[in-house]
Design a protein around this ligand. Structure first.
Ligand code: NAD
Length: 478
């Protein structure tokens, strides 16, 4: 497979420095032709306006123009060059459909009041209700939510889930808030969002610093306003109120399903591979356990405290017991040597699983990686510039919108089960997840081979074509 990295620039920096509107202006005049895969087997093509002009096109900056949103736009612009969709479609996909900005007045435990900025961005409702996490973090802002909402659109579309993307959050330091304060933040946030969310409108889920309990409070607040239980308003909730078995393991297990499928295509036996896993939380911890169970040699893992390494392979169950007891891998006393997170990324191995956070492999270290395959369990762990370097070096990257899609896929199963009030067992969910991921993987792999493009570009092109097909069929209202 030949890997193209297109016009992101040698380091992708030039495009990233461009503002959103500027980036659009640079491309103004480009006419995406209506030919290509979208037209295959379609009946007569409806007539569209040549271009849907937007007042936003003429703005120098927009509210969501932040570095993360610029990264999402850079990826989109590059993929649009390959996707060949009409201008009115690409123009629509550059902007979120709706962005809600709130300030939440919350009474703190000491009797004082504080206002917390909060957001919910819905990127696209073309394929169905929007879906995405809620995070509590000091860095939450409109641009971050807009970027993450756009990536959720691509992820859902790639997996052929009947959803668009959304993301939201409250700007706060969750560690400084008590449990009772978190309840009040969550309930007020849900009440303020009530007109904009719903089982057929927008379905929240947990993200950074939110969990099953947060989803239970959201579900209860929404249900109290409706007057009856509405479990299908959120996913990732406790099993006792309609949550799904296997949701907790879904993302990490999905990462390994995708890795296993990639190994098969590459002619590798997973059980013979040496693996390094960055991040030992929900995604990385489960991925390491699954790799270990499948016989692969997990030679290093890490969390925020740093990593542990042993060339003969680590005792992954022992590491889990340690992390459970001590809350961190720090001072783990099993057979291993300590490494920093920077050193861990550069260890020689076959498969490097990035499952910690965004921006871990950049132009600075991409040239020093000594793996043969990268699997993105986290969202956005590889920068645009690093992508280009890895492509040049012939190291395939299994992209996040495919590799960590197990979570939203099992969330979709949870929503379907809630709507039908009929619940599946663990084996059935695991089997259905494997089928969904295999189907998406095969489509991405085939597009990458046929078009001679990277797996990330192939995944984005496949996802954009799904949304574009629906947009073309529906047209622009009125
Ligand atoms: P988590 O909080 O459970 O785990 C994160 C892990 O990464 C922890 O072990 C933490 O110590 C470690 N970590 C943090 N900063 C680090 C650093 N600089 N270097 C090394 N390790 C570091 O979070 P999670 O749910 O596992 O999510 C991890 C990533 O996967 C995030 O990007 C998240 O958005 C993405 N993701 C998660 C899910 C899901 O279902 N949980 C689904 C899709 C994507």
């Amino acid at each position: 497979m030949r890997h193209l990295h297109g016009d992101a620039g040698a380091d992708g920096g030039e495009e990233l420095r461009l503002g959103h509107a500027q980036s659009i202006a640079v491309r103004r005049g480009r006419r995406n032709g209506p030919s290509g895969p979208l037209s295959v087997g379609r009946p007569a093509r409806p007539v569209y306006p040549p271009r849907v002009a937007s007042a936003a096109d003429h703005a120098s900056t927009l509210e969501w123009d932040t570095p993360l949103f610029a990264q999402a736009i850079t990826q989109l612009e590059h993929a649009l060059e390959l996707a060949d969709v009409p201008d009115f479609v690409s123009n629509r996909l550059r902007y979120p459909e709706r962005a809600v900005m709130l300030s939440l007045p919350v009474r703190l435990d000491d009797g004082s009041y504080r206002s917390f900025p909060a957001y919910r961005v819905q990127h696209s409702s073309v394929l169905g209700p929007t879906k995405g996490g809620v995070r509590y973090d000091e860095g939450v802002n409109l641009g971050e939510c807009a970027a993450l909402a756009m990536w959720m659109t691509w992820k859902c579309a790639l997996l052929r889930l009947p959803y668009g993307g959304a993301k939201g959050g409250v700007r706060c330091d969750p560690r400084s808030l008590s449990q009772t304060e978190l309840v009040r933040v969550t309930r007020r946030f849900t009440a303020e969002l009530a007109p904009f969310i719903g089982p057929q409108l927008d379905i929240p889920a947990p993200d950074m610093a939110t969990n099953e309990q947060t989803m239970a409070w959201m579900m209860d607040t929404y249900s109290m306003q409706k007057g009856y239980a509405v479990p299908e308003i959120v996913t990732g909730k406790p099993i006792s109120i309609g949550g799904s078995v296997f949701r907790h393991e879904a993302t990490g297990a999905g990462v390994v399903m995708v890795v296993e499928r990639a190994c098969a295509r590459l002619g590798w036996n997973l059980a013979e591979q040496r693996c390094v896993v960055q991040g030992f939380g929900n995604v990385g911890g489960i991925a390491a356990a699954e790799l270990h169970e499948k016989g692969a040699r997990v030679v290093a893992v890490s969390d925020v405290s740093g990593g542990v390494h042993h060339e003969d392979g680590l005792d992954v169950p022992a590491l889990h017991s340690w992390a459970e007891e001590h809350g961190t891998l720090e001072s783990y006393d099993g057979r291993s040597e300590r490494v920093t997170n920077a050193e861990l990324l550069e260890l020689p191995c076959d498969i490097l699983v990035l499952a910690a956070r965004e921006d871990q492999v950049t132009e600075r270290n991409a040239g020093a990686l000594r793996c043969r395959l990268v699997a993105e369990g986290a969202n956005g762990p590889t920068s645009v510039g690093a992508d280009a370097i890895l492509a040049e070096r012939g190291i395939p990257v299994l992209p996040d919108i495919l590799t960590n899609a197990g979570g939203v896929t099992v969330s979709y199963f949870e929503w379907v089960q809630d709507l039908g009030r009929l619940f599946w067992d663990r084996d059935e969910i695991r089997r259905r997840l494997a089928d969904k991921l295999a189907d998406a993987f095969d489509r991405v792999w085939d597009v990458a081979q046929d078009r001679e493009i990277t797996l990330r570009d192939a995944a984005l092109v496949a996802a954009i074509n799904e949304v574009a097909g629906a947009l073309e069929a529906r047209g622009v209202y009125p």
